[in-house]
Structures are given as structure tokens and as C-alpha cells.
Design a binder for this molecule. Structure first.
Ligand code: WQD
Length: 333
């Protein structure tokens, strides 16, 4: 199939591109480079030993999207493009609604114009808000607690209503838990601009010495060691989940929300200790106050994905830490 990846030079999209191209699909990357670097293209071409089609553009530019869909004879779209910093979404909600919701509407309209009705949407466990029970399955109520989470839920709902108005659409909404790690080559990985908000890239930057020490946000939660539990999923497992989602849409119409997680929980200190052990590094840290909005524990029930996508995670926490370190230590300036 010919597949358009919006946000194509981003962290998860670039890893998904590797999986799709290795599977024989033709991939077109579409990105405005607001939160990623064009150098990803060269590194992808090194991994794959083939040229990659790239279009620089903004998902709000529906005309350009339509032209791209037409010219590249696109059969399906994976919609990754979107802003994803929770804290930033609280400070600047309009920017998030315009980009994440407006961008999704712009893309869907361009797809409609070209008769393309197969889409995988990059959503997030943040649509669930504070877990009312664990592990989280897809029937858990959706009550986001920040604008970022609401933008993901609104886009999910737009796609759901579209599917009701036109049942010939095939829509997979993939709700990610905590993506971490990097491709085994160490050539692509997570490269947040500035100081990372997320735990794994922060730990990796402490390991390289770029950052002095890790602040652990609270150790007084009712968890195994007092620090928050999360469902960390290797980005390559996540990428394979997108291929499985596309394959599923080949012969399924309708709207499907699917959790992509391991079903395992890891605390902050457990992740830090695993990182130190597998990489033979020391990560200095200090316990500080809780971060606003953090849930004590959040992890997936992946049985629905296992069943309908015939997909399950294969990579360990150790491999997540090892690949993060290989990426960070090989690319950091
Ligand atoms: C994990 C744990 C922190 C940094 C994020 C996004 C969410 C989704 C998943 C996209 C928490 C602790 C962190 C630090 C710390 N992504 N921590 N010190 O908050 O679970 O969710 O990724 O959809 O949208 O918000 O991930 O990596 O920020 O935090 O102690 O310097 O690590 O308190 O308990 P989170 P995270």
C-alpha cells in the first residue's frame, strides 16, 4: 500500500516508517518540522538503504494535503502529527486545539476529497484521565484532565461520528501508553527539543552528562516503592502495532479504539535502576515534590489489541533502556 504518515519525521512516525517500508509498503512522510529534524530522513535512508519521499507541510494546509494524497496515490493514512506536551497544552490550549483538532479535520477533509477512507489515528492513554480502575481497558471512561488529552479525545470523537455518518470508513484509534526506546541502529530515537518533560529521555541525558541529575517527582504514592507506575512500551513494538492496525483495517470497516501497552507497570525508580544496570552508568537523582496532574499508576490491559490485531509487545524494559542509551550517547552533541 501507499501510506502517508503525517508528523512523519517525528519519533514514533519515523520508527513506524522503518517497519512499514521493511514490510514492502511505499511511505510518504509529511511534516512541518516544527518538532523534528530533517536529518531524520538521511538516517532513515541509511537504515533502509532506499530513498524516502518527504513533503514539508502543515496538516492545517488541507489543499497541500489533498495534492499530496492525489499525487502519491495514497491508500491509507497514519495521522501522527500533533503537539504532545501536557504542560504546554495547559499554558496554550488554543494552539493545541487548532493544531491537534483543526489539523485532524483538515486531514479528514483532504482524505474525503480523494476518496481515501482508511486511517490509523495516534491517540493516547491520556484520554482516560485519572484511572478509576487498573489495568485500563478500552471501556474505561474517557475523562481527560488536560487540554492535550481533550484534543486527542475530540479527534477520536470526530472520527467516531464520521464512521457513523459514513460506515465505509475504516478507522483504528491507537491509544499509546508510554513510548520509550529507539531503533537498534541508534540512528533514530526520541529527540525532544530543550529539556525533556518525559522520564526516559531525561534519564538518558543525565547518563550522558548533558543534565546533572534527575528530579524524581514524589515518592509518597501508594505504589511498590512510592514512585509512580507507568506502562512503558518499546517504540518498535508500538511501530509494529501500527502495521498490525493497518492490516486489520484491510478487511474491517468501522471505528476501533485500541490500547497499545505491555500490561506491565514499572515505577520511576525501577526504570532508573534498570537503566543503570543494563548500561553500567550511575544516574544521580533527588526526590522532590509531586508533579501536578500525575496519576499514581497507569497501565494497559492489552488483551483487546492482542486479540483483534494479533499483536503483542516483545521487547523488555532492559532493551528499552539499552536502546535509549545507545541512541542518546551516539547522537547527543
Ligand atoms: C512518567 C513518570 C513522572 C520526568 C506522558 C505524556 C502523555 C503520554 C505518555 C503521549 C511520572 C515521572 C518524569 C522527570 C519524574 N504521551 N518523572 N521526573 O506523564 O506518564 O505521560 O507520556 O501521549 O501524554 O504526558 O510520562 O515520562 O512525563 O512521566 O519523576 O523528570 O516519571 O512524575 O510519574 P507521563 P512522563
Amino acid at each position: 500500500m501507499n501510506i502517508l504518515l503525517t508528523g512523519g519525521t517525528g519519533y514514533i512516525a519515523s520508527h513506524t516508517a522503518v517497519v512499514l517500508i521493511k514490510e514492502g509498503h511505499k511511505v510518504v512522510l509529511f511534516d512541518n518540522l516544527a518538532n523534528s529534524d530533517i536529518s531524520v530522513l538521511d538516517r532513515l535512508e541509511k537504515i533502509l538503504n532506499k530513498k524516502i519521499s518527504f513533503i514539508e507541510g502543515d496538516v492545517l494546509d488541507s489543499e497541500l494535503l489533498s495534492k499530496t494524497l492525489k499525487e502519491h496515490k495514497i491508500d491509507a493514512v497514519i495521522h501522527f502529527a500533533g503537539l504532545k506536551a501536557v504542560g504546554e497544552s495547559v499554558e496554550n490550549p488554543l494552539h493545541y486545539y487548532e493544531n491537534n483538532v483543526g489539523g485532524s479535520i483538515s486531514l479528514i477533509k483532504a482524505m474525503q476529497k480523494n476518496g481515501i477512507k482508511k486511517i490509523v489515528f495516534s491517540s493516547s492513554c491520556t484520554v482516560y484521565g485519572e484511572p478509576q480502575y487498573l489495568p485500563l481497558d478500552e471501556s474505561h471512561p474517557t475523562n481527560p484532565i488536560n487540554p492535550y488529552g481533550f484534543t486527542k479525545l475530540f479527534a477520536e470523537n470526530i472520527l467516531h461520528d464520521l464512521s457513523i455518518s459514513d460506515p465505509t470508513w475504516s478507522i483504528a484509534v491507537l491509544r499509546y501508553f508510554n513510548p520509550v526506546g529507539a531503533h537498534e541502529s541508534g540512528l533514530i530515537g526520541e529527540s525532544p527539543k530543550g529539556i525533556p518533560n518525559n522520564l526516559m529521555p531525561f534519564i538518558a541525558k543525565v547518563a550522558t552528562g548533558e543534565l546533572k541529575s534527575l528530579k524524581v517527582f514524589g515518592n509518597d504514592y501508594k505504589t511498590r516503592d512510592g514512585t509512580c507506575e507507568r506502562d512503558y512500551i518499546h517504540v518498535m513494538d508500538l511501530a509494529e502495532g501500527h502495521l498490525a492496525g493497518l492490516n486489520f483495517l484491510e478487511d474491517h470497516k468501522g471505528w476501533y479504539a485500541i490500547n497499545l501497552g505491555t500490561g506491565q507497570s514499572t515505577t520511576v525508580l525501577e526504570l532508573l535502576q534498570a537503566f543503570e544496570k543494563i548500561n553500567h552508568v550511575k544516574i544521580p537523582y533527588e526526590i522532590v515534590g509531586r508533579r501536578k496532574g500525575d496519576a499514581p499508576a497507569c497501565y494497559a490491559k492489552p488483551s483487546y489489541a492482542n486479540k483483534i490485531l494479533d499483536w503483542k509487545t516483545k521487547r523488555s524494559i532492559e532493551l528499552m533502556c539499552e536502546s535509549s542509551w545507545k541512541w542518546e550517547s551516539s547522537h547527543s552533541i
